[in-house]
Design a protein around this ligand. Sequence first.
Ligand code: ADP
Length: 589
Amino acid sequence: MTGTAGITGNRLHRRWIVLAFLLAVAALAGTIWHYGVRQALDQLSRRAEADLELASDRLTTQLQVYQELAVLMAGHPGLDGLDDPGARIMAKGLLLGVADTPAALDVMYVDRTGAVLVSARGLLGNDLGATSYFRRAMQGALGRDHGVMQPLNRRAYYYAAPAFAEDGHVRGALVVVADVEDVEWDWRGSTPAVFFTDQLGQVFVSNRSELLFWTRAGDDAGLVFKDGSRRQFSATQVGVHEVWTIDWGPYLPRRALHIVQDLAVIGLVGEVLVDVAPARRLAGLQAATVVALCLAFGALLFLATERRRALAQANAVLETRVAARTADLSDTNARLRREVTERQEAEAALKQAQADLVQAGKLSALGQMSAGISHELNQPLMAIRSFAENGAKYLERGQVDVAGDNLTRISELARRMGRIITNLRAFARQESTAAGRVELVGVLDQVIELTGARLRQEAVTLVYERPAHPVWVRGGEVRLGQVFVNLVSNAVDAMAGRDDKTLTLDISDAQALTVTVRDTGPGIDVPDKVFEPFYTTKVVGDSEGMGLGLSISYGIVQSFGGDIRGDNAPQGGAVFSVTLERWRQEMAA
Ligand code: ADP
């Protein structure tokens, strides 16, 4: 539960971090965008100012031509004495020629009352007395005005220059009417959108014809359509810059930087609308680049952290597993060690039990042989006694030679008894050493000597071709002797009461080294069972049969790496074969 809660908490924590990072990136992008827009607007505004300046210069320069024409022509001598109709015709020709040069709509000369004396084209009627530019000229200054000239319905810019009499009085005025359309003709459609508004706020000149005659709304800086209807407009201040958001047709930008320049010379205000889309695009690009870089960096960082976290997690899992496995292993180790100790103890106990059993078997065999042995010892003892008694008598008679003879016989008999007792002691000795190098013929000699008394007692004929050379085998001298003593004893037991009692001992040196003990008894009842412990066909107590002799022998021979088998011979009787390992030099190592 704690682990799951930890993982969920971690995930939540990571989500917050990612969210915070994204917010920071968004904030950074916003700042960069804002800054970028400002920078771009600054640049744009400088360019727009230059553009507006250029457009204004163009307009003023072009109008200047008409102004200069008016001023120059006002003092023309051809316009003197126009009361004379002939002079008027001459003057008309003059004005017509002048009007054609800069393509003025009309050029005319008016007298002090405003009456048109001569007109190049006669478009403005006969009386200009009410016009502002005329009245200004009558005051001795340069009059100018603009408006739509009827009936041609053309936008016109008027210049009225005073004509002075010799005494210095204003005697009339020369009026030049410039065609505004003609002036703006050659810069129409060029970018950006420039327009010039008059004192009333009406667009009078523009390179975007759709804007003409739009009027500035009273409450804000926007324009209203010439029929008075409003179009979409809003103005925002970005730093020192004014940005208009408009929807005024396909030839005007949606978002535009608005710049104004006052042109007092021609009585108009120049305004320019520059598309800010490129500026915004540039700023957007900058912001997007920064965002992309930040996101890429963030993603890399995130991936690296995730990777490190995953590794740490995997490590932790691995460590837990290793710890668990180590604990398991230590447990298993401890258990194994315990088991090994137990097994060693059990083995030691088993070994002890086996040794005890071997010893018990040996003692049992000794018991069986005790009658024969005591007879064997008794016989020389009796003989010694009679030799000694006779010896004493011979000494009394002075027959020292015969007495010495007797003593020699006594010594021989004592030596024989000593040998029997040595054999018995050796047989009874508990052998604790492992299997080693043993001379088999010698062992069999001892067995024959130990069991000799019994064989003679039971009148058993021993057939044994004793090999002349030593035969070395792997085993223990005492234990091997015990095995053969047991086999010989069993054979003697089996032949009890038989007419033919022949015990054949044989050492076959053919393929394997095998010693066979064959008797002429009734044979084995159940050959498969004879090596089982406590299997006996003898009456317990009769000849002290315990059913352990063969099983002990089996264990002993196996421990020497050999084998023991019991079979019935074809001609009758039992055959026990003991196969032993021949002693080889490398066994010593
Ligand atoms: P025990 O001699 O005390 O009975 P053993 O283990 O020496 O125990 O022998 C087990 C049995 O094997 C004997 O009781 C006997 O039936 C059988 N047996 C052993 N040797 C012979 C033999 N030479 N001939 C017939 N049977 C034998």
